[in-house]
Write a protein that binds this ligand. Structure first.
Ligand SMILES: *Cc1c(COP(=O)(O)O)cnc(C)c1O
Length: 434
């Protein structure tokens, strides 16, 4: 399949759009994608979306903007500005709306590391063992997921963007930090880069032979959205060879794949791609947020985890949709997410119970709802941190008042009149990565 991608300007050329969508629905996509980024490739359009049922199709919901992603008031204002045709007015309005949507949740800008007076603009070091690296040319994706918390990167909100100029400063930093064992290439999607370019980032790291560095990870959606990257693209063999080389140099290659629905696992293309990746010695771990309209049922997660294990992948995280962008549209209450997680978890065998969740990536760390407990006749949430800026807090249970509707940690109240663990200790620990 020849790669083709569509955006707000070109999506009307997609034949299925003309066949299935009403004028009004097409207009809605145009309006909403003034604010949120929109891009979709022809594999998603032709192989993943069931156009006969597109209104409820999870992959359609995942990639195509929907009217309800904007608040009614914002929707009307964008629509009016578009109709008016005043480009500057529209630009200012769109910017105002974007800024009101918490474009940088969880203090992402405050985790930018520094070495010898140089800032690593394209990196983030929040958790002791692991540094995120955002190669400059990997700051886009094959198709945009409409829930994505990195959406400001794709709409040109420049000062909110992470992107790396060079890998040399990263190497200097990692060398100086013996606690770092993992580098995660992320984005956008680092596998959007051609293999030659990706090599130019990876090879200097291998050559640096940093003794404490053990794991090279790639966070990617390419396996779900463009599996040909590993099978038929002209530099696919070279990409697989690069994974092998990393592995043969002595590193663990961790392929962190994002799958949001089991439908993404069912094509022949993805099955072939998974086999090819596993053949290189890389290990594929999977993660996804839980999203309304897309995967908010236990059946979907149960089937997804089972299929993943059958295909040789390891279920890793269930995330809560972050408090950014269209969270009101995708957000599932924490309690409901936990019930879905628990039901699906109880129906899979032990080898799929490697998954953790539902987890919120917040400023203090990854906070997981472990369950609901009754203490002195009162229901409370039992929470714990899977990752924390202060590693002393990892794995310590703490409590919040039961709240059926809360969708994020900032809506929860500590139980028993205490402060939350991370509020007490955030600035006391020996290792605080701010
Ligand atoms: C989730 C995350 C990581 C990786 O955490 P693991 O639990 O090791 O997968 C690293 N850095 C940041 C900022 C993260 O949010």
């Amino acid at each position: 399949m020849e790669y083709r991608s569509y955006n707000v300007k070109s999506f009307k050329k997609i034949p299925q759009i003309q066949t299935y969508l009403s004028e009004e629905e097409i207009r809605d996509i145009e309006i909403v994608s003034q604010v949120f980024p929109f891009k979709v490739d022809n594999y998603v359009v032709e192989k993943l979306i069931d156009w006969d049922n597109y209104k409820d199709d999870p992959l359609f919901r995942l990639t195509f903007p929907h009217k309800d992603m904007l608040m009614p008031d914002d929707y009307e204002r964008v629509k009016a500005a578009l109709d008016e045709g005043d480009v500057n007015k529209l630009k200012n309005l769109v910017n105002e709306i974007r800024l009101s949507l918490n474009p940088h949740p969880a203090d992402q800008l405050s985790n930018v590391p520094e070495i010898n007076g140089k800032k690593l603009e394209g990196s983030q070091h929040k958790y002791k063992e692991t540094i995120l690296f955002f190669p400059k040319q990997g700051q886009t994706c094959h198709s945009y997921c409409s829930f994505c918390f990195r959406w400001p990167q794709f709409v040109g909100m420049e000062d909110l963007k992470f992107a790396s100029k060079e890998v040399e400063v990263l190497i200097e930093y990692v060398k100086a930090h013996p606690e770092i064992t993992d580098i995660i290439f992320t984005g956008g999607d680092p596998l959007i880069m051609g293999t030659k370019l990706l090599r130019s980032y990876v090879e200097p790291i291998l050559k640096a032979k940093i003794p404490h560095l053990k794991n090279i990870r790639f966070g990617t959606k390419t396996l779900g959205f463009w599996p040909y990257r590993f099978t038929k693209d002209k530099d696919s063999k070279d990409l697989l060879n690069l994974f092998k080389e990393i592995k043969n140099t002595g590193y663990h290659v961790a392929f962190m794949a994002q799958f949001n629905h089991y439908k993404e696992l069912e094509t022949e293309e993805v099955k072939e791609a998974v086999e090819k990746i596993l053949d290189t010695g890389a290990v594929i771990r999977t993660q996804s947020p839980i999203l309304r309209h897309i995967n908010d049922s236990a059946e979907v997660w149960e089937k997804m985890w089972k299929l993943q294990v059958q295909m040789g992948m390891i279920p890793y995280y269930m995330f809560m949709a972050r408090d950014t962008g269209a969270q009101h549209y995708f957000g599932v209450p924490l309690y409901r997410a936990w019930k879905i997680y628990k039901e699906a978890y109880s129906k899979v065998s032990g080898i799929a119970r490697t998954v953790r969740g539902p987890s919120m990536s917040a400023s203090p760390g990854k906070i997981c709802l472990q369950g609901v407990a009754e203490v002195n006749g009162k229901d409370v949430f039992v929470l714990s941190m899977i990752q924390a800026k202060n590693p002393d807090l990892v794995g310590v249970p703490f409590f919040a008042e039961f709240d059926e509707n809360a969708t994020w940690i900032d809506e929860l109240k500590p139980a028993f009149g205490e402060k939350f663990l991370f509020e007490q200790h955030l600035f006391e620990g020996s290792l605080v990565y701010a």
